[in-house]
Design a protein around this ligand. Structure first.
Ligand SMILES: [Zn+2]
Length: 244
């Protein structure tokens, strides 16, 4: 194991519409703050919040890198908390505004990386900086053909105790090329597979206008309905909420 590496971990929410109306802006701010709180509350690896970055949270753990299995378990916990909140919201919110309607198609990915960190303190807020922070942010854009996964960089695996083998065949290799960094290798684990029934209520890229699609389609999700080999279920919401 290499010395002095710290963990960086960032859950990142995708799928929000850009809003223009004042009411929708208010609702979207409320939704995002609730979801970010939910993600922060799901922290069980003793992570520190460095800052909120739009629809994402930058966590770190200084000079200590958990095992790959612990990181995947942490991502799963955040994923379950996230979709638990989404499902509760979708089943109870009567508001038809674009912000509230977009909640059903929100997705979550988690990116994890490790390396030496520097720290700067601004207004009593300690923030990590350095190349590892840059790499983490680059990794948010990658070539993984999915919206919901946890990504672990090879640099992280080099610093982490424990074996990747414990994840078995669920860990898929990947590589992305960046102009300034060159090739960056990683493995990724689907959170859908890992989290079982806590699949999102919506998954792109198929764009069905919200106003014209039957509600059951959103509750069960096109991918879920296809796998089950049956039409979308009217009680799709219950499918998930039974496991909350
Ligand atoms: Zn609303």
């Amino acid at each position: 194991m290499l010395p002095s590496a710290s963990l960086l971990l960032m859950p990142d929410i995708s799928g929000f519409t850009t809003f223009v109306h004042e009411t929708e802006l208010e609702h979207s701010q409320h939704i995002i703050s609730e979801l970010l709180e939910t993600l922060i509350s799901a922290n069980e690896l003793n992570l520190t919040v460095a800052e909120i970055e739009g629809d994402a949270v930058l966590f770190y753990r200084e000079e200590s890198v958990p095992t790959p299995a612990q990181i995947v378990a942490q991502a799963r916990r955040m994923f379950r908390a996230f979709h638990g909140w989404v499902q509760e919201f979708v089943s109870t919110c009567p508001c038809g505004c674009a912000a509230c309607q977009s909640v059903r198609r929100l997705t979550l990915k988690v990116v994890a990386h490790a390396g030496p960190l520097g720290f700067t303190t601004v207004r009593q807020q300690r923030k990590p900086f350095g190349e590892a922070v840059v790499v983490l942010h680059r990794l948010l854009k990658n070539d993984i053909p999915s919206h919901e996964y946890v990504l672990l960089s090879h640099a992280l695996l080099a610093h982490a105790p424990g074996s990747l083998a414990v994840l078995g065949t669920t860990a898929q290799p990947g590589i992305s090329t960046y102009d300034d960094l060159g090739d960056v290798r990683y493995v990724h684990v689907s959170l859908r597979d890992a989290a079982g029934p806590f699949a999102p209520v919506w998954e792109g890229p198929a764009a069905v206008p919200l106003s014209s699609a039957p509600a059951a389609l959103f509750l069960a999700g096109p991918a879920v309905a296809q796998r089950a080999g049956s039409p979308p279920r009217g009680s799709g919401g219950r499918l998930f909420s039974d496991h909350l």
